[in-house]
Design a binder for this molecule. Sequence first.
Ligand SMILES: C[S@@+](CC[C@H](N)C(=O)[O-])C[C@H]1O[C@@H](n2cnc3c(N)ncnc32)[C@H](O)[C@@H]1O
Length: 321
Amino acid sequence: MQSKLKAVSLFSGTGGFDWGAQQAGVEIIWANDIDPHAAKAYQSLFPNVEFVLGDICNVSHFPKADILIGCYPCTGFSVAARRRWKNLQERDLKANDNNFLYKEFLRALKDIKPKYLFVENVRGMTSADGGWFLDRQIQGFQEAGYKIWKGPLFAPDFGVAQARTRVFIVGIKKDEGIPDYISPIPEYGPKTSKPYLTIEDVIGNMEEWPDGEFFDYPFHGHYLTRNRKRGWHEQSFTIVANAHHVPLHPIGDPMIYISKDKWALQGDKNRRLSWKECAALQGLPETAIPNGTLMDKYRVIGNAVPPAFAKALIKPIFKFF
Ligand SMILES: C[S@@+](CC[C@H](N)C(=O)[O-])C[C@H]1O[C@@H](n2cnc3c(N)ncnc32)[C@H](O)[C@@H]1O
């Protein structure tokens, strides 16, 4: 029997991407993250994977592998951040070094020289403001000897009950004779035989008021600038890392539109999704259990890549293997 493709994972977080990669048939052999709470969740999912806790900048040696996975943070390019930072340029990013962590990924890539690379970026990366930064990453990967596919994927198309779009980069090493990458094909939704999953499908049987599991800080002015509540038969708004901005649970009445950037809550049944509901709507297994405060739990769950994205992205490469 052929041995499995082995992967090194950087910025591994809770292990969302890696869980999907494993389901696609990949063996994760090494992982790293700086966040101890994410590490706890990762280790609950992957007890046998060597996990290095700490800043990637301090890692000097990487094991050899067929695949390099790296969902580095690109916080300055999120859609929310762009609203605040008009005309985002490199000088703005100097104040936000996180956006240059792709250079650490490139360093590992040049050291490991895997057959494949997989990267996740936020959606803002494809817009005019962020476009130059996406181009710069791709240029780096091409110069390192990889042919590149990039594209947005919509989570509901792959069985996630959450309207989350992310941009992915797949790289194939040029000198391996591997054919070009073929984009993942939607498995759910209008062009398929399966309907999109809904919030009800995923969290419909969970407790309505799970004490201590949801952030109950008052809803501030910014929170009420847009609709935050989707119905049971829809897909959730994007699950985010900041507990303040987590979407509302569908119970109670819908929010009502008042005027531009002004929405109002109705009735008294309004609460944010709990961290466990967020984990379920990300498609994470129940065994992914972060530690720390409620804020820590929301952060590591919201930062995760839905495993279904990884599974869909990685499956096509097995055609060539
Ligand atoms: C988008 S999240 C990764 C999500 C993860 N791949 C998953 O699927 O669950 C980015 C991760 O990068 C980590 N990170 C940020 N700066 C880092 C650094 N300097 N070294 C290592 N990890 C870092 C964060 O703690 C966070 O978990």
